[in-house]
Structure formats: structure tokens, C-alpha cells
Design a binder for this molecule. Structure first.
Ligand code: HAM
Length: 390
């Protein structure tokens, strides 16, 4: 995907100065307020400022882009990156303290076609994996129209103060946009002002173009006027891709435009836009029943004698290609020990192959639950081994 979309890899460090995240992800964001893994410097280097394990890739990519002088010498750049991110969160299904992202950041492209292409790229990615997801987009406006929206939210929040939750009381003064993100007051948030009603003419035109282009590409995208992001830097287009298979932490991809950020971090006034895919959440969405938990194999293969190994490896390959969970046991141990091992693993079937079986083109399929053993023709073994559907 990265190759086909003409992206170039950028490798960014795991440690960056805390200040970088305060100035980009946002001083009032949860990522900076509650979730940074801070790494204090040694006393003699204290003046240089503390660092943190990266909670996301975007700020580090921008820092590297500016440090290399690209914002002035060659501003139009298309990057991808991947690696571990760290957030001090309460772990739960799909929410980890160390997780992996594959991210894309594009600089120097202020046009709506660029936003649309990012969303189309995610659509290609999820189609290739056969993922059933929901796309949501919104526009948060820009420096021109956002202040009026922010003021309207503030006014709404003050009018509903007694109905808001504790967290929202804090959000109200620090970052009223986050009021829309409240899980406790989701019903109440429905009556809040919508960013789309406050967009200035250029932001409206931009958003209409994004919608039109992703419509032409056939991406099934819904406009969600309450979509705000937990990070502060977004302007105009924001989007989230969710999967109901993941549970409460349903966003598997998220991103958007951040046109003022390169400048805010000391670079030239260059547009930026991007997204990040959560690798673990994607894996969860792909196969929730198989992810992480491991579990007993569908079949343990018992190869008797060195002569049966080639046959056994080929059998294992075929069954795995058909989605079965298969463990080939060590051929250097005796049948009795191997059957005991298969039992201990909780395998549903033991597949026994020795010289006789190979000669006769069969496999002994032992159902370890029922205790029944049958000789099955080699070609019919996959069908005989009940496991996950093909
Ligand atoms: P984000 O929404 O914070 O955005 O994270 C992007 C994705 O990373 C989420 O949709 C999710 O799949 C995954 N993720 C986030 N936190 C966790 C966690 N604790 N455990 C497991 N997975 C997690 C960003 O990080 C932005 N930098 C995206 C971006 C790039 N915007 C523009 N460019």
C-alpha cells in the first residue's frame, strides 16, 4: 500500500522532548495530561528538558521534517512510519500501554483531493483484509471559523453546566471541543452546537469536495458532526474508522488535517494531513476469537520416524492454509509420549502418520475427545479436522 501510494519511509526516535508533545498533541489532551511516559534526564543534563516515550508518531515526524529543513527546501513530502507507541492508560481489550501504529503523514498538500486519497487508502487497506468497518468524517473548521464554534460550545456548556459530568466541567474551560467526546453525556451532547454549522465558506467548500471525492470512490462514509479527536492539532477534515468487532475501543484508524501544526512547531506555514492505523486493534477486528488468547490446536501431528517428517510438514502446511491451528510434534519422540503431549495441549485431533500410512495414502485421525481413531484418505484429512471455518 505504501509503495503504491508513493509514500517514503521515515524512521523517528522513540524518545522526544516532552515539550514537543505539549505543543502538538495538546497540553489539555489526555495524551499529554495523563498518558505520557516521562523519562527524566540525568541531573547533569536536566537543563535540556525531560523526554517522553512517544505516544503517537505525528509530532516526531514533523520535528524531523523541520529539522531536516524540508519545510523550506522541499515541502511536499509523503511519509509512512511504523512502530511502538506508549500511553499510560487503563489497559483493557484493544487498549494497551504499548501498541503499534502504521502511520502516514503528507506535507505541502492543502487540497481536498489529498484528504480524500488518504481515506481511499484506508478503504483499500480494509478491503484487502476483508474488514467490515464504518467510516466517519467531520470538519472541525480552521483558525478562521473555529473560534465561533468554540464560543458556541462554551456557551452551550455553561448553560448545561449542572447536567455535565465531572470530566466535562474541566473540559469546558480547557478545551470545550472535547465536550462532544463525552461518553457519559452522549445523549446530552446531541443537543450541542455542530461544527459543520459554523464552517466558513472555504472550509465548507473543502469539506464538500472531500465528501464528493470519497463518494465517487465508493467509500461508504458517514458524516458525524460530533466527531472530535482526542488530539488538539486537527483542522478541517477529521475521520475515524471503527469496527464493532473490537469492543468499546472501536477505532482502528484515525486521522485528519493539521494545517497549522508545522508552523506552530517552528517550521514554515505548511499544510499537513495524515492518519494512523492501530495494528493490534486491526488484528482484533480481523479475528477476535483467535487474537491473543491462543488456545488449543485443532490438530497435533504425530509423525512416526524420520521418514514421515516430509509428509507431516506438508500436511501441516495444507491444514494451516485452510485456517486450522496445527502443531507438528517432535518426530524424535515415541508415539505414546506424543499422544500424551497432544492430549496435554488439548488438541481436538491427533493426526498420526507412519510408514504404513504413507504407503496406503492415509492418515490416522484420532478424535481425542471421543477417543475414536479412523484411517482417513490423505485428501480428506482437512475436511475431517473440524476447526475454524475455511
Ligand atoms: P489516535 O487516534 O490517538 O491518533 O491513534 C490512532 C489509532 O491508534 C487508534 O485509532 C487506535 O487504533 C490506535 N491506538 C491508540 N491508542 C491505543 C492504545 N492505547 N492501545 C491500542 N491501540 C491504540 C493518532 O495517534 C494520530 N497521530 C493519528 C494521525 C496521524 N493524525 C494525523 N496523522
Amino acid at each position: 500500500m505504501a509503495y503504491r501510494h508513493a509514500l517514503n519511509e521515515i524512521r523517528i526516535p522513540t524518545l522526544e522532548r516532552i515539550e514537543l508533545y505539549e505543543r502538538s498533541s495538546g497540553e489539555t489532551s489526555d495524551v499529554v495530561q495523563k498518558q505520557l511516559y516521562r523519562v527524566p534526564r540525568a541531573a547533569e543534563a536536566a537543563g535540556e528538558g525531560d523526554q517522553a516515550l512517544r505516544p503517537e508518531g505525528t509530532p516526531g515526524v514533523i520535528r524531523a521534517y523541520i529539522d531536516a529543513g524540508l519545510d523550506r527546501s522541499d515541502p511536499e513530502q509523503r511519509f509512512f512510519y511504523s512502530g511502538s507507541m506508549f500511553r499510560y492508560e487503563r489497559p483493557q481489550k484493544g487498549r494497551l500501554r504499548q501498541f503499534n501504529q502504521f502511520g502516514v503523514e503528507i506535507f505541502g498538500r492543502a487540497d481536498a483531493a489529498c484528504d480524500a486519497e488518504l481515506i481511499i487508502m484506508i478503504d483499500e487497506f480494509r478491503r484487502a483484509l476483508g474488514l467490515d468497518v464504518r467510516f466517519e468524517v467531520n470538519s472541525l473548521g480552521d483558525g478562521n471559523c473555529r473560534p465561533a464554534f468554540r464560543a458556541a460550545l462554551l456557551e452551550w456548556g455553561r448553560a448545561h453546566y449542572s447536567e455535565l459530568c465531572e470530566d466535562c466541567h474541566q473540559r469546558l474551560e480547557r478545551n470545550p471541543l472535547r465536550l462532544l467526546d463525552c461518553k457519559t453525556d452522549a445523549e446530552l451532547a446531541k443537543s450541542a452546537p455542530r461544527s459543520l454549522d459554523y464552517l466558513c465558506a472555504p472550509c465548507r467548500t473543502h469539506f464538500a469536495a472531500v465528501e464528493r471525492l470519497i463518494g465517487i470512490a465508493g467509500v461508504p462514509c458517514e458524516v458525524n458532526p460530533r466527531l472530535v479527536r482526542g488530539l488538539d492539532y486537527y483542522t478541517r477534515t477529521t475521520f475515524e474508522v471503527t469496527s464493532s468487532a473490537v469492543g468499546a475501543q472501536s477505532a482502528i484508524v484515525a486521522g485528519g488535517r493539521y494545517d497549522g501544526l508545522v508552523e506552530a512547531l517552528g517550521g514554515a506555514a505548511i499544510a499537513g494531513t495524515g492518519f494512523a492505523i492501530g495494528v493490534e486493534r486491526t488484528a482484533l477486528a480481523l479475528a477476535p476469537e483467535r487474537y491473543g488468547a491462543g488456545g488449543a490446536p485443532d490438530a497435533a501431528i504425530v509423525a512416526i520416524g524420520a521418514g514421515a517428517v516430509d509428509f507431516a510438514i506438508e500436511l501441516a502446511r495444507e491444514l494451516r492454509a485452510r485456517g486450522r491451528r496445527v502443531e507438528l510434534l517432535s518426530p524424535e519422540r515415541g508415539v505414546k509420549a506424543l499422544l500424551k503431549r497432544a492430549d496435554k495441549l488439548g488438541a481436538r485431533y491427533a493426526l498420526i502418520v507412519g510408514e504404513d500410512e504413507i504407503r496406503n495414502g492415509v492418515v490416522q485421525v484420532k478424535d481425542l475427545r471421543a477417543g475414536v481413531q479412523t484411517a482417513v484418505a490423505r485428501a480428506a484429512v482437512a475436511a475431517a479436522v473440524a476447526g475454524q471455518p475455511d
